[in-house]
Design a protein around this ligand. Sequence first.
Ligand SMILES: Cc1cc2nc3c(=O)[nH]c(=O)nc-3n(C[C@H](O)[C@H](O)[C@H](O)COP(=O)(O)OP(=O)(O)OC[C@H]3O[C@@H](n4cnc5c(N)ncnc54)[C@H](O)[C@@H]3O)c2cc1C
Length: 409
Amino acid sequence: MATLVIGAGLSGLTTALMLKKAEEDVSVISCGLGALALSDGMLGVYDSPTPLQAIQQLPSSHPYSRLSEQAITSGIDAFTSYIPLEGSLEHAVLLPTALGSLRRASFYPASYAAGICETDGEKIQSDQAPYVLVGFSGLKDFYPALAAGNLARLGLRARSVTLDLAFAGGESALNFSRQLDKGTAAEELGEQLGALAREGERIGIPAVLRKGAFERCAKAAGVPLFQIPIAPPSVVGVEWNDILVQACRDARIDIHLNARAVGARTSKGRIDALRVEIAGTTCDIPCDNVIYAAGGLESGAFERDSYGRLSEKIFDLPLYTNQDGTSVTETSHIVNPNYWADEQPIFACGLAVDEHMRVLGDGGKLAWENLYAAGSMLAGAQRAREKSGEGIALASAAAAVQSILKEGR
Ligand SMILES: Cc1cc2nc3c(=O)[nH]c(=O)nc-3n(C[C@H](O)[C@H](O)[C@H](O)COP(=O)(O)OP(=O)(O)OC[C@H]3O[C@@H](n4cnc5c(N)ncnc54)[C@H](O)[C@@H]3O)c2cc1C
């Protein structure tokens, strides 16, 4: 069976890899990169000390209500088989941010682990290893005095140091990462960091070291070292994207870049071919199944016009703000004028799906038998507030793949 995946973000790439592993014929159609390069490396499942428990309490309007624990686990397992992470679904940990607040994460890279803030239930333990946050003079986006000051306000022992470190080529994390990959630069940084630490301290640096360079730096430092994510583009997010794209290439999955899906040829309730604009022409690519993983408003898959009307751009599907199928008719209420409010209905806009991830059209009927959706396309989640976007992306990718494999049997 030939499956076309629309989108090369977290959900699209993971879906393609899972299908290929099951020996399915799969290609990816994407007009650009996904949001992975923006990821801070703290894989968001749900913002709760006990994410799995919290997910089970969510109402039927939420996309997690359509996703089994098995789908969540197999999505995360698929991702971490390419990108090993620490953590668990049962208990989230608190990690320091670049502003000196604490953020919950279910899964995180080993290079963040020494920064975990120990808690007793919800209470921060005051007698844990003190933090020393180190900034670099030539790097933007990390101000150690601000971050350490805010950690201290939370009751943690924290101090700050700025190292005189700058590189030709710019003040960005990506430039630092490239320079610190060279020769013995990571070891030299590690020695400088090690010399700064006082008895019992752990050192936090902005996340500029890729895998390999971090381990060399930590070894040379000889004290607990951890990275703190800073503003995107994120070194960790870019590295994750590179690994998944390379894994697709290694598996001989065709990724058609600069290819925009614009429509479909359909018959008898099924999609027979996807209409794609590519290399200055439009062609129909035949398929047995389509997995629609094109993101949401941020990626341009949904659009709001100057009259305030929201639309889905390829199949003209109805959009909802929840999985119960309440249509987005009153578009004037879709933006909460209180921008700082917890709920912004527009962020929850998306497609309704059944438990097989098949897209529902008007009146809750199947749009097409072989159209599945995954990731930020799904209606009903406040992803930024809930820190749920990545968990939903992986779980829905796994659920869509399982449905396609079952159908094919
Ligand atoms: C700024 C920002 C911050 C976020 N912060 C968090 C967070 O803290 N925690 C959390 O859990 N989640 C967060 N999210 C959400 C999270 O990043 C996404 O939910 C997750 O990465 C899922 O991505 P996706 O694969 O569904 O879509 P995306 O990563 O958006 O990928 C969509 C893909 O579809 C392609 N595409 C779009 N239209 C077409 C078309 N017509 N034809 C072909 N290709 C198309 C795009 O080029 C892209 O490759 C954030 C997202 C953004 C944008």
